[in-house]
Write a protein that binds this ligand. Structure first.
Ligand code: MN
Length: 474
């Protein structure tokens, strides 16, 4: 199967298969653009030519289904997690080039607010946000790069505030700050579907996500050095914002409507001072609509892949995992196992909590329950779960700082905020929704009709039968 290693051929493929539509010109960047993309979420991506009359078009929603993501990777949907894992485990070093499409046009004197068509997405957002910017930086101690997508608020002509959650970029920024140095960064907008997916890999620190992108491509990713710093960026990207995060500088950021479908608070956060903007001759700006499918799936699929391999290491009987969309692709983990021992599901629950701090509720089901079907999972809870025996509760563990329920009942400090060290403190709950290994008669036998799996409707339906003839009264 073909892989899509560049953005534009992937967008063409979507157009040819009626999965990418265009709007009229002059759609408003504030709210209207996001409202239209949200309406089409999961059904079709959308291109906005000349939003607010802007020279640069905006695209959104080109990675909005599991099937599309598998197709871009060139694999069957059922192979999605294993294929992603194989790439994450076998990164390919990048290939450095000198001439890059992303540097065809260079701006050293600019106003970000005029140069780029940055949308304002949700009702209470503090302003325009870059939501599909891959933030790339080098570890000041090792020189190895990291890629993450961080929400970025455009504050002025050359300053942006950025939310940096406590992962790799945060470690780099803290290390630079301790040395009283700025951290050079690049924000890359408009990359190919596989690089976009690779950016969300849950990889160890000092594992460059661009090398995982190369592995997904099946060949090393072409990268080019930024013009004002030595960060390496994907050469075929549409737009690159070059800049640095100065030490000990914080500016107000937020509120912003985040993936849990709630607003995260306004706080003082790190700042990116922009030194240059480069782009293709005719760039396309990508925006991800917060909390919609493109956002949730880009986060959940790489996580599922990591969690599945993490669990399989300790529990060979784990078959599949799914981070459900109702659980915002982060908080609810469904695990399918081939149960061999009565106590096994509880061990799997404990293992799952340790796989990622965002995992809040874990539901373990048997092999006859499809973890990709929330109705089947709910059926398993309804019929195979008894709280007295099957519930695991752990209080005061680390959870997601973006889960609003974690803020209830916590003390705020003099500034009215929860101290950082207490943010995201959460209860974890596990549900063993597996059936007992041994039971009487057909107590736990799932109802099945012999032959239901093999009914061929073409063989049995007869369009020539007049149904009306049965309904007319004689
Ligand atoms: Mn990383």
């Amino acid at each position: 199967m073909k892989k899509y290693t560049e953005l534009r051929p992937w967008l063409k493929q979507l157009v040819q298969t009626n999965r990418l539509v265009a709007t009229k010109k002059n759609i408003a960047l504030k709210h209207q653009l996001a409202a239209i993309a949200k309406k089409l979420d999961g059904e079709s991506g959308v291109l906005f030519p000349a939003p607010d009359g802007h020279a640069i078009p905006v695209v959104s929603g080109f990675m909005s289904s599991r099937a599309w993501i598998a197709e871009a990777m060139g694999v069957e949907e059922g192979r999605l997690l294993d294929s992603f894992r194989a790439a994450a485990d076998n990164p390919l070093p990048c290939h450095i080039v000198k001439d890059a499409p992303c540097q065809q046009i260079v701006h050293k004197d600019f106003d970000l607010r005029v140069l780029l068509p940055v949308p304002t997405h949700s009702e209470h957002d503090s302003g325009p946000y870059i939501t599909a910017g891959l933030v790339i930086a080098k570890n000041p101690k090792t020189g190895v790069q990291n890629v993450s997508i961080n929400r970025i608020q455009v504050n002025s002509k050359d300053r942006m505030a950025v939310l940096i959650l406590p992962r790799h970029l945060h470690v780099f920024q803290q290390a630079a700050e301790e040395m009283n140095q700025a951290l050079p960064v690049a924000v890359v907008i408009g990359v190919d579907p596989l690089t976009l997916l690779a950016s969300q890999a849950i990889a160890p620190i000092d594992s460059d996500e661009l090398e995982i992108a190369g592995a997904l491509h099946g060949k090393p990713l072409d990268v080019v050095s930024c013009l004002t710093n030595d960060v390496l960026v994907p050469a075929n990207a549409e737009i690159v914002i070059e800049g640095h995060i100065p030490p000990k500088v914080r500016e107000i950021e937020g509120p912003f409507g985040e993936f849990p479908k709630y607003y995260s608070s306004q706080e003082k956060r790190q700042v990116i001072v922009v030194d240059a903007v480069t782009h293709r001759n005719d760039p396309i700006f990508h925006t991800i609509i917060p909390a919609e499918l493109e956002h949730l799936l880009l986060g959940s699929i790489p996580r599922e892949s990591t969690i599945l391999s993490h669990l399989k290491r300790s529990f060979p009987s784990v078959r599949d995992v799914h981070l459900s969309l109702g659980g915002v692709g982060r908080y609810h983990l469904y695990v399918q196992i081939k149960k061999t021992h009565e106590g096994l599901p509880k061990n799997v629950i404990l293992g799952a909590f340790s796989s990622h701090y965002d995992v809040k509720h874990v539901i373990v089901v048997d092999e006859d329950v499809d973890v990709h079907d929330p109705i089947q999972v709910e059926w398993a809870i309804a019929t195979r779960f008894q709280a007295k025996h099957d519930l695991v509760v752990i209080h005061d563990a680390q959870g997601s700082v973006l889960d609003p329920s974690t803020t209830v009942g916590l003390q705020v400090d003099a500034d009215g905020v929860i101290p950082a060290s207490y943010q995201g403190m959460s209860s974890k709950v596990g549900f063993d929704a597996t059936k007992p290994l041994a039971y009487e008669g057909h107590v736990f036998t799932k109802v099945r009709i012999p032959g239901e799996e093999v009914v061929d409707l073409n063989q049995v339906l007869d369009p020539s039968v007049s149904i009306a003839s049965f309904l007319n009264q004689k």
